[in-house]
Design a protein around this ligand. Structure first.
Ligand SMILES: *Cc1c(COP(=O)(O)O)cnc(C)c1O
Length: 376
């Protein structure tokens, strides 16, 4: 059996190796390492794929969130509502810009921000909501956009984990996640569903004025070369990553299908097990399975993690400490906030290997050992 990894980017690379190698050599020959033509070509392909009017490539998914908040003109002290149960990048940039993170609960089924909790957290200082499409499934965007419209606040979708995911509206229409809010952001970190061979990120919007501001913010606040109107930052996707991403984008739907196939296998193996809750599949969204995350109840999660590790099966806890309990936010006095759902999840979630290259032998081996442990 091939060794099992959380993500197998190596085998995936080998399936498109000659195309990627040639494209990378072309970039080296052109020596247009920064802002080469392929960067704009990739931005256009991605806009077309997502149905976004504007795509602004940048250096990584954390920068993308920061640039989004800068472009919206958020000011120190403004409140930004965000789930506590997410990766630190989502919330860190809020504090970095001297904005105030307001942590709210997630839905225990979808793992995504709970609209009822958003409503309760809104104050006159609230300027934005940052929903996260966690693990590859959409947050309930219909309800979130309604709340935002009612209170005239912005929505920035953190789409780092769900690129390619479809959101279905009540009227039957659909949109890709990242294109529903005022701004969407994503990451091309190698292990993400659309992963580069290094760092990368992008920002999406359908609003022309915002697109201009986003572009300026990502490029030293520059409106024309050497004319700097606002304080911005330097955040670029390099040409090498752009050519690789342009190749991988063609495979993104097939990649999602492979991930879903593995997820379906897991779902079946663990179906109606009393100690395991398999990922909930929301009606309003499909799932691109950035992670396959179980809720374990009645069995020790950390012991399972160790047991699997002895069997050479990696597993991960995303995330063991929720935002409101991170030391970096202690000065916001959020540690004492009661978040029963978030706390409950952080103690029980465990993610199994999921990627585009899992085979039947590996899947059987993984499910067999998980079941051996929980049936002990
Ligand atoms: C990966 C990730 C980011 C940050 O992306 P980087 O490219 O690593 O900066 C932001 N938010 C979420 C939810 C992520 O998973």
């Amino acid at each position: 059996m091939r060794p099992i990894q959380m993500v197998d980017t190596h085998t995936q690379y080998h399936k498109i190796k000659s195309e990627v190698d040639n494209a990378v050599i072309d970039v080296m020959e052109s020596s247009a390492f920064i802002n080469g033509k392929p960067v704009q070509e990739f931005a256009i392909s991605l806009s077309n794929y997502l149905g976004a009017k504007y795509t602004i490539p940048c250096a990584n998914g954390t920068d993308a969130l920061q640039i989004a908040m800068m472009a919206l003109g958020l000011q120190p002290g403004d409140e930004v509502i965000t789930p506590s149960f997410t990766y630190i990048a989502t919330t860190e940039v809020i504090a970095l810009l001297k904005l105030t993170p307001v942590f709210v609960e997630v839905d225990p089924k979808t793992f995504c921000i709970d609209p009822a909790a958003i409503e309760k957290a809104i104050t006159p200082k609230t300027k934005a909501i940052v929903p996260v499409h966690l693990y590859g499934q959409a947050a309930p965007m219909g309800a979130i956009m309604d709340i935002a419209a009612k209170h005239k606040i912005f929505v920035i979708e953190d789409n780092a984990q769900a690129i390619g995911c479809d959101y279905f509206f009540k009227d039957g229409s659909k949109k890709k996640t990242g294109t529903i809010g005022h701004i969407g952001t994503t990451s091309f970190y190698p292990s993400k569903n659309l992963g580069a061979f290094g760092d990368g990120g992008a920002i999406f919007t359908n609003d022309e004025t915002l697109a201009i501001k986003l572009k300026m913010m990502a490029n030293h606040g520059q409106s024309k070369k050497y004319y700097h109107d606002v304080v911005g930052c330097n955040s670029r996707l390099d040409t090498m990553q752009a050519v690789i991403l342009n190749i991988k984008l063609k495979h993104l739907d097939a990649y999602a299908a492979s991930r879903r196939k593995a997820a379906d296998f897991y779902d079946q193996a663990f179906a109606s097990h009393p100690k395991i809750t398999t990922p909930f599949r929301a009606q309003y969204s499909n799932h691109v399975f950035h992670q396959y995350t179980l809720i374990l109840d009645g069995a020790d999660r950390d012991e399972l993690n160790n047991f699997l590790s002895e069997k050479k099966i990696p597993s991960m806890i995303y995330y063991p400490v929720p935002g409101h309990k991170q030391k970096m936010f202690a000065h916001f006095n959020v540690a004492s906030q009661t978040m029963p759902v978030t706390d409950w999840l952080t103690e029980r979630v465990i993610s199994l290997p999921i990627h585009t290259e899992l085979d039947m032998e590996q899947l059987n081996y993984i499910t067999g050992h998980v079941l051996e442990f929980v049936n002990k």
